[in-house]
Design a protein. Structure first.
Length: 291
C-alpha cells in the first residue's frame, strides 16, 4: 500500500474510532434510531442536488445505503444505547474484518497469507477477551446487534467491490438518501412520537456537535476514504486496517468519557495490535479458493 493511502487509512480509522465515544455523547440526548436518521439525512441533503449521481445501478446505491445506514450504524447506536461501552463497541465491530477476509476468499478469489490467518486468530482472542471480561453493564442484546452490524459492514465492503464504483464521495452521498425513511418509521413504531417531540430541545450544544462530527467527518470523509481504499486494493489488504478503530475508540473513551482500562482489557488491546501487525506481514497466500 502506498504511503499516502496508509496515512489515509490511519486518519480514517482514527476518526471512526473517536466517533464511538462522540456518538455516546449524542445518544445521551437523542433516540439511537432517530439520531442515525438525522445523520444520514444531513449526509444526503442538500448534497444530492449539487453532486451528480454516480454511474452505478440504483440497486447498488439502495443496497449500500440500507446496509450501511440501517443494518450497520443504526445497530451500532442501538448497541451503545443498550449499555455496550463505546470502546467495546468499537472492538466488536471489528468482527467485520474477519467476515470481509472470508468474502475476499469466497467471492473475489483473493488469498489469505499466513500473517493474516495468524492475525485473525489473535484478533478473535482479543475480542473474546473483551467480551468475557465485560464489566456487565452491556446486555446480550447489545452484543448481538453489534455483531450483526459487523456482518453488515462486511456486506457493504462486498458491494463496493461488486459495483465497481469510481466516484466514491458521490456514491456515499446518494446512498445516504435511503436510510432516513426506514429509520424514521422504525423510530415511530418502536417509541411513538416521544423522540420527535423531544428533539428540538435536545439538538443543541454537545449533541449538535456530535451529530455534525458524525455527518461530515465519520460519514462524508471517512466513507469516501475507506471506499477509495477498497477500490484500489484487495479487501483482504484493507480489512485488517480496521483493527486500528478500537484502539482510537478506547483512547477516545478514556479522554472523553473517563473510561479506565483494566489488566484484561489491556491484554485484549495488545492482542489486537499484534493481530494488526501480523496481518500486514506480506507472505505468499496460504488460503485461496480454487478456480
Amino acid at each position: 500500500m502506498q504511503r499516502k493511502h496508509l496515512l489515509l487509512a490511519v486518519l480514517v480509522t482514527a476518526i471512526w474510532g473517536l466517533n464511538f465515544p462522540i456518538s455516546k455523547l449524542a445518544l445521551a440526548e437523542i433516540d439511537p434510531l432517530l439520531l442515525t436518521a438525522l445523520r444520514f439525512t444531513l449526509a444526503a441533503l442538500p448534497w444530492v442536488f449539487l453532486i451528480k449521481r454516480p454511474p452505478v445501478a440504483l440497486g447498488w446505491l439502495a443496497a449500500y445505503g440500507l446496509i450501511f445506514g440501517v443494518a450497520m450504524w443504526a445497530l451500532i447506536n442501538l448497541g451503545i444505547s443498550l449499555g455496550v461501552p463505546p470502546g467495546t463497541a468499537a472492538l466488536l465491530i471489528q468482527f467485520s474484518a474477519f467476515f470481509t477476509l472470508g468474502w475476499g476468499v469466497l467471492l473475489f478469489r483473493e488469498g489469505m497469507s499466513l500473517g493474516q490467518c495468524v492475525g485473525v486468530v489473535l484478533a478473535a482472542l482479543g475480542l473474546i477477551c473483551i467480551i468475557a471480561n465485560s464489566p456487565g453493564q452491556a446486555t446480550t442484546a447489545g452484543y448481538s446487534v453489534l455483531l450483526v452490524s459487523a456482518f453488515s459492514w462486511s456486506l457493504g465492503n462486498v458491494i463496493i467491490k461488486r459495483s465497481k464504483v469510481r466516484e466514491m464521495f458521490a456514491f456515499v452521498v446518494w446512498a445516504s438518501l435511503f436510510p432516513p425513511i426506514p429509520l424514521l418509521l422504525l423510530t415511530w413504531l418502536s417509541q411513538g412520537s416521544a423522540p420527535f417531540t423531544a428533539l428540538a430541545s435536545h439538538v443543541e450544544g454537545v449533541a449538535l456537535l456530535s451529530l455534525l462530527f458524525q455527518v461530515y467527518a465519520a460519514t462524508h470523509f471517512c466513507y469516501w476514504g475507506w471506499n477509495l481504499l477498497l477500490r484500489e486494493y484487495p479487501v483482504s489488504t484493507v480489512a485488517p486496517l480496521s483493527l486500528l478503530i478500537p484502539i482510537f475508540g478506547i483512547a477516545g473513551s478514556i479522554l472523553l468519557l473517563g473510561h479506565h482500562i483494566d489488566r484484561d482489557e489491556g491484554i485484549a488491546i495488545a492482542l489486537i495490535l499484534a493481530a494488526l501487525a501480523a496481518g500486514l506481514i506480506k507472505t505468499r497466500p496460504l488460503l485461496r479458493r480454487a478456480n
